[in-house]
Design a protein around this ligand. Sequence first.
Ligand SMILES: O=C(O)CCC(=O)C(=O)O
Length: 254
Amino acid sequence: MWPPSPIPTHPDYPSITAEYITCPPHLPPTPSFTLNYPYTPFIILSNVFTPSECTTFLSLATVSTNGIWDAAGVNTGPSGAQRIYKDARDCGRIILHDEALAKTILDRVRPWLEGREGQKRSGREEEWVGVIGAKGLNGVKWRITRFDPALRFLRYVPGNYFRHHCDENKYHSATGELSFITFHAYLNDVESGGSTRVFAESPDMNPDTEYIDIEAKMGSVMMFQQRGVRHSGEEVKVGCKYSIRTDVLYERLL
Ligand SMILES: O=C(O)CCC(=O)C(=O)O
């Protein structure tokens, strides 16, 4: 059954609930402003991780590097090569390779991902064309395999940001897996700033007015298609922002 109804994760913690951003184009930025992504809801889940889980995840990352955060780069091409461009991105990053943690996280959000894979042309599967783009137009089927175990922990101190961009479909040549969905979890509340800004998709989009801001809230998660969803990490004004970012990987069935 998709979308799932509220799902409890811990007896003493609120159930996970979902919100979806969908889309007529060119609406003014009101609270109900929706984006022009006609097929895929942009999913926002609340209460996915408890405060103590968030703290544990973060300490797994910081212990792995003795507390050292590297400057995060930006992709410079399909090979996955990265460069530091402070104009585009200024924040810290720790990459933690952890298959077990990646599986724990995926299992928590799996109900919102499964049932959305497939191929074009029937019922809800039609939506999938919007997610995977032209590669999906010839009847190809895809199935979730795992989260990319290279978990990218991000740290934004005041003044840090990630300017607007779209995420890439990442190809894993060793396994043939391809990513279609971005996973992003906030590990703390930010005092001021640090929202993820999602821009309307249109050629004449006005980046000053056509967007919505998703506030960084401890334990909440965003999942959205990588193709064509323009977004940014807005500047943190007060406090620090910690998050985990990874890709949902798929294998081709047909
Ligand atoms: O930190 C954010 O809110 C956005 C991060 C982002 O866009 C990314 O990691 O691709």
